[in-house]
Ligand binder design. Structure first.
Ligand SMILES: [Zn+2]
Length: 275
C-alpha cells in the first residue's frame, strides 16, 4: 500500500478484527499499514467507513466524546487573544463551542459540522460555505476520521488569517497500551471509523507539508492508572488482587506517560506559515 500523504511504501502493522463503533468488533479482518517514511498508520479505504456511514454511526463517538472531564482537559490547552474569531472544525454537537464561549467571553465562535445535527447562524456544513477568515481554528479528534488529511488541513489553512493558529488533537499511535497489550488494546485502538493513526512524527510532517509552523506540542492522557488493570485483565485473563492506586501514584503515572510521549492523545498548536 502506498501512503496517500507522502506517496511512500508502507508495511503491515496490524491485521485482525477491529473496533466497529457500538457494534463491537468488525465482521471482517482489517489491515493497518504504517508508512515507512512519514510513519502515519492507515486503514485501506474500503475497510474504513465512508463519510456517510460514520456520520450516522461511529462518528457519534465524537458526540459522546466531548464529555465534561475530557473537555475540561482540552480547554486547559486552548488560549485565544481577546476579541478573536474561532472556528471549530468538526464541531459535533457543539459542546466545545459552548464551553469555549463560556471561557473566552470576548471571542466569537463558529463551527463546521457536516452531519447537520448542529445548526445555527454560526454553523457551516462544509468548507465551501465559509467566506470569512478566522484567527484560530480547533480540530479536536477529527483528522483521524477524514478521507484526505492533506486536503482537510489545506482547507483549514485557507480559512485562517495570516499567522492564524490551529489547535489539532488526535489519538496518539504511540499510546503505551499498544505495546503493553498488543492484542486486546490494538483491537480497541484501531477502529473502522478511524482511517488514520498519527504520532508526533507523522503529525508534524503533515502539518509542515500543509504550510503550518509548529508552536507547541502537548501530550494529553485521558485515563488514570487504574486503566492498566482493565487491559491486563483483558489481555492476560488475570485479575489483580491488589490495585495500588492513590492520587499520588496516579499523578506520577500520568507525568511519566506524558514525559515519554506515550499518552492517549497528542495536541499540537501550529501557526499558518505562508499561503
Ligand atoms: Zn507517508
Amino acid at each position: 500500500m502506498i501512503c496517500k500523504i507522502c506517496d511512500s511504501p508502507s508495511e503491515q502493522l496490524f491485521n485482525g478484527r477491529i473496533r466497529n463503533g457500538a457494534k463491537g468488533l468488525s465482521k471482517n479482518e482489517a489491515t493497518v499499514y504504517k508508512c515507512q517514511k512519514c510513519k502515519v498508520g492507515f486503514l485501506e479505504s474500503q475497510e474504513s467507513l465512508s463519510l456517510q456511514d460514520y456520520q450516522s454511526n461511529d462518528y457519534h463517538e465524537k458526540f459522546q466524546y466531548m464529555q465534561t472531564e475530557r473537555s475540561k482537559k482540552i480547554l486547559e490547552f486552548l488560549n485565544f487573544s481577546s476579541n478573536s474569531s474561532i472556528i471549530d472544525i468538526g464541531a459535533g454537537a457543539g459542546q466545545l463551542i459552548n464551553e469555549m464561549n463560556e471561557k473566552f467571553t470576548t471571542c466569537s465562535f463558529f463551527g463546521l459540522e457536516p452531519s447537520k445535527e448542529l445548526s445555527g447562524s454560526n454553523i457551516f456544513n462544509n468548507f465551501d460555505e465559509i467566506k470569512d477568515k478566522f484567527h484560530y481554528a480547533t480540530n479536536i479528534n477529527v483528522i483521524e476520521h477524514v478521507d484526505d488529511p492533506l486536503e482537510h488541513l489545506r482547507s483549514i489553512h485557507s480559512l485562517l488569517h495570516d499567522q492564524g493558529k490551529l489547535y489539532i488533537m488526535t489519538p496518539n499511535s504511540n499510546d503505551y497500551n499498544l505495546t503493553l497489550f498488543p492484542k486486546s488494546f490494538s483491537q480497541h485502538f484501531y477502529r473502522t471509523a478511524h482511517r488514520w493513526y498519527f504520532n508526533e512524527e507523522s503529525l508534524l510532517k503533515i502539518l509542515i507539508k500543509t504550510k503550518f509552523k509548529i508552536d507547541a506540542i502537548e501530550y494529553v492522557h485521558f485515563y488514570n492508572v487504574e486503566n492498566i488493570f482493565k487491559w491486563a485483565e483483558k489481555e492476560y485473563s488475570i485479575t489483580a488482587q491488589a490495585r495500588p492506586t492513590s492520587p499520588l501514584i496516579n499523578e506520577n503515572f500520568i507525568k511519566l506517560i506524558k514525559d515519554n510521549k506515550l499518552s492517549s492523545h497528542i495536541m499540537i498548536r501550529v501557526q499558518k506559515n505562508g499561503n
